[in-house]
Write a protein that binds this ligand. Structure first.
Ligand SMILES: [Zn+2]
Length: 384
């Protein structure tokens, strides 16, 4: 050992088979401390340099005088994912009115309200979009050197949601709309969440087709906002589940084929068709909906037959969807003719929304907006 060299703590070389791991953890701690020191030193040099080069531009916030001197440093603590950073922030004093202030807070991105480094907040927001706030707070603490409370994470997500500007798609893209009920608000049955995405086919990956999606609208509440948004975008191609009348929201509207078939089951039940006979009807309509040649005429005959059989509710359902069931034959530009790319997102939505408690509509909307904006618009796909 060289003179002055520090010996390793004894716990590291204890004969329990964890030497390498203990050594690693010890060095992590050391380097985090060194990192915090280095960041502070760099930041101090930067501030001195900035003060020297820009002092003519610094103005007293109280009396607007340029007659300023440096006035020592003020301590700030910022929480990062590598532990607490003790920072020194340069102070300045006005020689005219005596006001002391920190001219670089804004420039440096550390307004007095900031307690966490942005990189830690980003990690917290991603966790909070995926999991409950308390689980996110625990995970953050477990896996990083920083910590933000569950309530803090909720607020950071609300801030983030406010900043999100959803992209407006090109008119030629296919927009898919669907809704699902979530446990939010005061109504017993909850509130609907409306989700609109664009979807187009991507390159094949491992021999399987991929789908490129982006989020264009999400809100919790009644249907009006999604209609407004769609009318503003006015897409050429819109596919929806038929839950709402969206005929005036796009140039060409296609009823989701999967939903038409799926919903049939419910109406057959209402028409008292025994359980074992329902799949045959569904299979019939499924094959008609993909028939580009005779589909429309077969569809009408099928519905008429149901009516003649006295299956009024089922026939009415088909009549109601008939205007939008075969739009894809006349208009070739649909990237999808069912909402299946959206169903995958709906499963994710339900997973996050189902917390065994009731959400506030706005609180849930914030979380879902951040979640799907990150999933679909921020290229975080590999991580979600
Ligand atoms: Zn002043």
């Amino acid at each position: 050992m060289l003179p002055g060299e520090q010996s390793l703590p004894e716990t590291i070389v204890s004969p329990d088979g964890h030497v390498v791991n203990n050594l690693f953890l010890y060095r992590c701690e050391q380097s985090d401390q060194a990192l915090a020191r280095q960041v502070n030193e760099d930041f101090m040099s930067l501030q001195v340099l900035w003060f020297t080069n820009h002092r003519q531009q610094i103005v007293c916030p109280r009396c607007a005088s340029f007659n300023l001197i440096r006035k020592g440093w003020r301590n700030r603590v910022l929480m990062s994912s590598r532990g607490r950073l003790r920072m020194k922030v340069l102070q300045s004093r006005c020689k005219v009115c005596g006001r002391t202030f920190r001219p670089f807070n804004e420039w440096a991105g550390i307004p007095s309200s900031r307690r966490f480094l942005e990189e830690l907040v980003e990690k917290a927001v991603i966790l909070g979009a995926w999991f409950s706030f308390s689980r996110s707070a625990n995970t953050l603490k477990l896996l990083t050197g920083g910590a933000i409370s569950p309530e803090g994470i909720r607020r950071k997500i609300a801030d983030e949601a406010k900043r999100i500007n959803l992209p407006s798609p090109e008119a030629a893209e296919t927009v898919l709309v669907d809704a699902t009920k979530v446990k939010a608000g005061r109504k017993q049955r909850g509130e609907p969440v409306y989700l609109a995405i664009t979807a187009k086919r991507g390159p094949k990956k491992y021999g399987r087709p991929t789908c490129i999606k982006s989020l264009v609208h999400l809100h919790v509440g009644d249907v009006a906002p999604v209609k407004e948004r769609l009318q503003a975008i006015r897409p050429d191609y819109l596919v929806h589940d038929g839950g709402e009348n969206l005929a005036d929201c796009a140039k060409n509207v296609q009823r989701c084929r999967w939903h038409v078939t799926h919903q049939l089951k419910h109406y057959l039940w209402q028409d008292h068709v025994p359980y074992e006979f329902r799949p045959a009807f569904q299979e019939g309509i499924r094959s008609i909906l993909v028939d580009r040649e005779k589909g429309p005429s077969r569809y009408k005959r099928f519905a008429d037959n149901l009516m003649n059989l006295g299956l009024k509710k089922t026939a009415t359902h088909l009549y109601g969807a008939s205007d939008e069931a075969f739009t894809y034959i006349k208009e070739q530009g649909f990237a999808y003719i069912d909402t299946s790319p959206l169903e995958r997102e709906m499963r994710e939505l339900n997973r996050r929304a189902d917390i065994g408690a009731r959400w506030s509509p706005k609180g849930l909307e914030n979380v879902l907006k951040v979640l799907f904006h990150k999933r679909l618009n921020n290229n975080l796909k590999g991580q979600t």
